[in-house]
Design a protein around this ligand. Structure first.
Ligand SMILES: Nc1ncnc2c1ncn2[C@@H]1O[C@H](COP(=O)(O)OP(=O)(O)OP(=O)(O)O)[C@@H](O)[C@H]1O
Ligand SMILES: CC(C)(CO)[C@@H](O)C(=O)NCCC(=O)O
Length: 235
């Protein structure tokens, strides 16, 4: 079989951006697109329409349009056979499931920190999901402060834990400390190695101990879940 036929198109549809990557082995990931969620168009998938497709989506509209055109596309969900035991009273985000399964690459007990539109911290102990934390993502905090106050501007975040001496620096440090501080608190509580992913993961990693950065964590998990559920077998 030519190698192109074994490639899988992986899609991570988040609230701010939709990302696509190709992988042949679940270890290397070649980014093929990364677009704002409201600019996502099916044409982006046309060059890959012959490949199997595995999707993690937390955006129902994106799931719907992909399913409409590609009914065989594989979607990550709690209903699948998963290598992590999950007992959750709501529908757990597909990105959280994928990130935790991606985390198994590093061991069977860990913390995942995902810094997207929302910041999510999830705890896995002995391949069992213990629970998590969801709070506003870094950019979401920036926007919310500006939106709900009269005098606070939208600022760029500079990674610093030092107290600010201007409005801009106070907001930047405040949001940075609140995000790094939350993860640091959870690390102290659970004493587990940590994997961070998402836009601000790179900036945050440098301020924490026992923390690895994996920008492909979601793709890693999607691929693994696809594989475990026989996504490679002919239909
Ligand atoms: N390399 C980077 N350095 C700093 N900030 C970044 C970087 N990449 C993305 N960001 C910012 O981080 C935020 C989160 O980005 P990321 O792509 O991880 O998630 P997202 O797609 O925005 O979130 P979601 O997955 O929830 O849609 C975005 O607002 C983006 O502006
Ligand atoms: C928490 C987010 C927004 C993080 O992307 C996503 O995983 C989601 O929409 N989750 C659904 C709700 C939940 O996981 O409990």
């Amino acid at each position: 079989m030519p190698s192109t036929e074994r490639k899988v198109l992986l899609i991570d549809a988040g609230n701010t951006r939709v990302k696509g990557a190709l992988s042949e082995n679940g270890k290397e990931f070649n980014s093929v697109f990364n677009v704002p969620t409201d600019k996502f168009r099916l044409e982006l998938l046309s060059p890959f329409s012959n490949l199997p497709m595995a999707v993690s989506s937390v955006v129902p509209e994106i799931s719907k349009i992909i399913k409409g055109k590609f009914p065989k596309a594989f979607f990550v969900s709690q209903k699948l056979n998963l290598p992590i035991e999950i007992n959750y009273k709501s529908e757990l985000g597909a990105d959280r499931i994928s990130n935790m399964v991606g985390g198994l690459f590093y061991g069977s007990s860990f913390i995942v920190g995902s810094f997207g539109t929302a910041t999510v911290i999830d705890i896995v102990v002995d391949r069992k999901f213990l629970g998590g934390y969801i709070f506003p993502g870094v950019e979401t905090m920036v926007k919310a402060l500006s939106r709900f106050t009269r005098k606070l501007p939208e600022v760029n975040i500079t990674p610093s834990l030092n107290p600010g001496k201007s409005t801009e620096k106070c907001i930047s440090s405040g949001i940075f400390v609140s995000t790094v501080g939350a993860l640091s608190f959870v690390q102290r509580k659970f004493n587990l190695p940590t994997i961070v992913t998402g836009g601000y993961g790179r900036l945050i990693k440098g301020f924490l101990n026992r923390t690895a950065l994996d920008e492909n964590l979601t793709f890693r998990g999607i691929y693994r879940i696809f594989e475990i559920n026989g996504g490679n077998s002919p239909q």
